[in-house]
Design a protein around this ligand. Structure first.
Ligand SMILES: Nc1ncnc2c1ncn2[C@@H]1O[C@H](COP(=O)(O)OP(=O)(O)OP(=O)(O)O)[C@@H](O)[C@H]1O
Ligand SMILES: [Mg+2]
Length: 418
C-alpha cells in the first residue's frame, strides 16, 4: 500500500515537478532510481532546452491560429535528446488547438507514403471530432483513399468506405501526390480553425525522393497559407541532405542543433532528479561525472543511475561513489548504447571505423582512412557511403567524417585495439 502511494507521488513529480515531502521519503522510495537512461526515455528533469522549447512553442502557437510558420528540424548526435525534445513538444501541442501525429521513420521499414497515409487518416478524424467539417473530411478521405490504393497503404484504404477521388493524389508522381494529400488536409484544418503538426523522428531515414516530395508539399502549403508544420529530428547529415534535394531548404526549415548540455545544465540533469528524494551531490562528485560524460544527456542518465546505486549514504552522493560506479556505468553503456550499434556493422564497415580510430584526430580524412586500411580512396568510398546511410558516421566537413555516436571511438578501442 505504502509503495503504491509513494510511487504515485513520484509519478506526479515527474509530470508536474513538485517535490516529494521529506517525511514521505521512506526506504521503499529510496530504492527507486530517478535516472532514465534509454532511447526516448523521458528524464525526470529535462535540462537546458528552454530556448528550443520557447522557439518551438511560438511556432505551435502560430500554427494553432492558422498561421503557417517555418518548420523545424532538430539535428544532433546519438543520445543528445532529440526524441525526448520532440515528445515534450508533442505534449505542449496537446494543450493547444492543434492536432498532431508522431511518426518514427525506420531504416528499413514502411515507405513514407504508408506512414503519411496513416497519419493523415488519424489527423482528419481528430479534426472532425473537434469541429464539424463533414464535407471537408469526406474530401480528404476520398483523396487519401486514392493515394492509399496507389501506394499500397494497406489498412488505410480498407478503412475508408468512400469512393476514391481518382486522378488527384494517385497520378504516380510522388511530389504531386503527397502535395495533394497534404493540401486537402491543410484546407480542412483551415476550415476547422485548427493547426496540424507532423512530428517526424529519425527523418534522416526518409528516402531522398520522399524528402524532396515532402519539401515541395511544404513549400506549396506555405504559399497557400495552410496551417501545417513539421517538427522533425535526425542525425546531423539531415541538414546536408535537405539542402541537396532542395536549394530552398533553409527557407522551409529552421535547422536547430541539439548538442551537449552546458556544465550548469548537466549538473541540473544530475542534481534535480536526486533532489526529489532530498539527496544531494558533493561538488567534487558532480565535477568528476561532468568530466567523464562531457555533458552528453544519455551518459549523464546512465552515470547518474549507477552512482545512485553505488552511494554509501542515504542523503549525499560523494566523489567516492562516482568513482566506484564508473565500472558499471561503462559496462552498461558498452552492453546497451554501443553494442546495439556495433553489432549492426559488417566486418568491412567495422574495419573502416577502426581505421578512423587509428587516424587519431577526428573528423578523419577519407584519404587517411584509406591509407590506414591499405586501400585506395575509390575502393573505400562505397563503404563510407554505406556507413553514412546506416547512420554510423557523418560528413563533418568536406572530405572528412566523424562518428554519430559520442565516444564510439573509445568503445572501438576497448573492444578491438587493446
Ligand atoms: N535535456 C535532457 N536532460 C536530461 N536528460 C536528457 C535530456 N535529453 C535527453 N536526456 C536523456 O538522454 C537519453 C537519450 O535521449 P534521446 O533518446 O531523446 O536521444 P536522441 O538524441 O533521440 O538519440 P538517438 O539519436 O539515438 O535517437 C535518455 O535517457 C533521456 O532521458
Ligand atoms: Mg531519438
Amino acid at each position: 500500500m505504502r509503495i503504491y502511494r509513494n510511487i504515485s507521488i513520484y509519478a506526479i513529480y515527474c509530470t508536474q515537478s513538485t517535490r516529494i515531502k521529506e517525511s514521505e521519503v521512506d526506504t521503499c522510495m529510496i530504492r527507486i532510481n530517478p535516472y532514465r537512461p534509454g532511447a526516448g526515455m523521458v528524464p525526470a528533469y529535462l535540462a537546458g532546452r528552454q530556448d528550443c522549447i520557447e522557439e518551438a512553442v511560438h511556432v505551435l502557437e502560430a500554427v494553432s491560429v492558422g498561421f503557417p510558420s517555418r518548420s523545424i528540424v532538430y539535428y544532433g548526435l546519438r543520445g543528445v535528446g532529440k526524441t525526448v525534445l520532440l515528445n515534450h513538444l508533442e505534449t505542449v501541442a496537446e494543450e493547444l488547438p492543434v492536432v498532431s501525429e508522431y511518426m518514427e521513420i525506420t531504416e528499413r521499414g514502411r515507405s513514407f507514403q504508408q506512414y503519411l497515409a496513416l497519419a493523415v487518416y488519424k489527423l482528419i478524424h481528430q479534426l472532425s471530432i473537434k469541429q464539424q467539417i463533414a464535407e471537408q473530411a469526406k474530401k480528404v478521405l476520398s483523396i487519401l483513399k486514392a493515394f492509399s490504393l496507389k501506394y499500397a497503404c494497406g489498412d488505410v484504404s480498407v478503412e475508408i468506405t468512400l469512393d476514391a477521388a481518382h486522378g488527384i493524389s494517385d497520378t504516380g508522381n510522388l511530389e504531386n501526390d503527397i502535395m495533394e494529400v497534404l493540401i486537402s488536409l491543410g484546407q480542412a484544418a483551415k476550415s476547422s480553425r485548427q493547426g496540424v503538426v507532423l512530428f517526424i523522428d529519425e527523418i534522416q531515414y526518409m528516402k531522398e525522393d520522399e524528402l524532396e516530395s515532402l519539401m515541395t508539399a511544404l513549400h506549396r502549403l506555405n504559399q497557400k497559407g495552410l496551417p501545417i508544420v513539421i517538427m522533425a529530428a535526425g542525425l546531423p547529415k539531415i541538414a546536408k541532405i535537405a539542402g541537396d534535394v532542395k536549394s530552398y531548404a533553409e527557407r522551409l526549415f529552421q535547422f536547430v542543433e541539439i548538442g551537449t548540455l552546458t556544465a550548469e545544465d548537466a549538473k541540473k540533469a544530475l542534481t534535480e532528479p536526486a533532489a526529489q528524494f532530498h539527496v544531494t551531490y558533493e561538488p567534487e562528485a558532480l565535477q568528476y561525472m561532468l568530466n567523464i560524460t562531457e555533458g552528453y544527456p544519455y551518459f549523464l542518465q546512465e552515470y547518474g543511475k549507477w552512482t545512485w546505486e553505488a552511494r554509501k549514504k542515504d542523503t549525499i552522493i560523494t566523489k567516492a561513489d562516482a568513482v566506484a560506479a564508473f565500472g558499471k556505468f561503462e559496462a552498461s553503456l558498452d552492453e546497451s548504447f554501443f553494442k546495439v550499434r556495433h553489432d549492426r556493422a559488417t566486418p568491412r564497415e567495422l574495419a573502416f571505423m577502426i581505421a578512423m580510430v587509428q587516424c587519431g584526430e577526428r573528423p578523419c580524412n577519407t584519404k587517411d582512412i584509406a591509407s590506414q586500411m591499405g586501400e585506395s580512396v575509390q575502393r573505400i568510398s562505397p563503404l563510407r557511403a554505406q556507413l553514412i546511410h546506416k547512420g554510423f558516421i557523418y560528413a563533418a566537413k568536406r572530405g572528412a567524417v566523424d562518428f554519430t555516436v559520442p565516444h564510439f571511438d573509445s568503445y572501438l578501442k576497448r573492444m578491438h585495439l587493446v
